[in-house]
Design a protein around this ligand. Structure first.
Ligand code: C2E
Ligand code: MG
Ligand code: MG
Ligand code: MG
Length: 283
């Protein structure tokens, strides 16, 4: 009887909002520990140059190696990081790890640009260009070792401050990419006057491309738009050879996607790069 009561009591408890609140609080405490106990890990997804088939760089994507729950993905914890006011700390940690890894790559003779995602909140901070510059020079890395990916919502927060920060970053030689391009509500106006280098077409435009002529037309014209503005175009979410070949035909500059590689650990990336070097320059 006792066991049964405990069991059913536990079950009811599980489904209340209070249980949810407790879990949140626990996760918040765990998040703070994650940062101090080095539980964040970066996985890297190759970015392929569609003209040459060569690996142009990688994108760093954060994961949380949770002691009990295993490897957690950004959609399982980034909102909470934001709410807890820990995004600044996370960004610093990700930049540190990505640049430390970059030092290892250059020691191995690999020239790979690493792209780091910046949330809108981590870009409110006007000291960012200086801090990033210090992190690079402390490691003896050139500014071309790093790219920064921002999203359209950042450009919406404070357009003047955004322009100032981006201008200073680019003056130091760091390239800027606009991630998830096409999903924001900022339309095309900012493209005219913001200091950026590259657009990353959101995967939701790339997925339907193979079976939908209108989706394909949209991708093709967006690539032309980017080129008309002197910007490079990256396609995300390339999951098969049909999408890959179409993007090559449309003159897209770069592509990322599961067809070439999922985001993988630094060790797995090393093997992937070695295998690819000894194979033909096509995935
Ligand atoms: P994102 O920067 O747009 O990254 C692309 C996401 O799509 C990644 O998910 C990647 O694993 C996934 N992806 C790549 N290729 C394919 C494909 O062919 N098919 C499909 N279905 N998915 C693909 P992930 O790693 O879960 O990251 C999700 C988002 O979390 C990222 O979107 C980015 O906005 C955010 N994020 C990741 N790492 C960081 C970070 O260090 N800092 C910040 N602020 N945000 C991050
Ligand atoms: Mg990104
Ligand atoms: Mg994206
Ligand atoms: Mg995204």
């Amino acid at each position: 009887y006792k066991a049964k009561a405990t069991h059913s009591g536990h079950h009811v408890y599980r489904n209340t909002d209070n249980r949810h609140g407790d879990a949140r609080l626990r996760t918040l405490q765990e998040l703070r520990l994650a940062l101090t106990r080095d539980q964040l890990v970066l996985h890297y997804q190759p970015k392929i140059c569609l003209k040459t088939g060569f690996v142009a760089g990688v994108e760093a994507l954060v994961r949380w190696n949770h002691p009990e729950r295993g490897l957690l993905f950004p959609d399982q914890f980034l909102t909470l990081v934001e709410e807890a006011g820990l995004m600044h700390a996370l960004t610093q940690e990700v930049l540190r790890k990505a640049l430390d890894q970059s030092v290892l790559w250059s020691a191995q003779g690999r020239t790979l640009t690493v792209a780091v995602n910046l949330s809108a909140s981590s870009l409110i901070d006007s000291d960012l260009p200086e801090r990033v510059g210090t992190m690079l020079s402390a490691r003896g890395l050139p500014p071309t070792a790093l790219m920064l990916e921002i999203t359209e919502d950042f450009l919406m927060v404070d357009r003047d401050r955004a322009r100032d920060i981006l201008t200073r970053l680019r003056a130091s030689g760091i390239k800027i990419s606009v991630d998830d391009f096409g999903t924001g509500y900022s339309s095309l106006a900012y493209l005219r006057d913001l200091p950026i280098d590259e657009l990353k077409l959101d995967q939701s435009f790339v997925f339907p491309m193979a079976d939908d002529a209108r989706a394909a037309a949209l991708v093709a014209s967006t690539i032309d738009l980017a080129h008309g503005l002197g910007l490079k175009m990256v396609a995300e979410g390339v999951e098969n050879s049909v999408a890959y070949d179409e993007l090559v035909r449309y003159g897209c500059d770069f592509a990322q996607g599961y067809f070439m590689s999922r985001p993988i650990s630094a060790e797995a990336l090393d093997e992937w790069l070695t295998a690819r070097q000894s194979a033909a320059a096509r995935p």
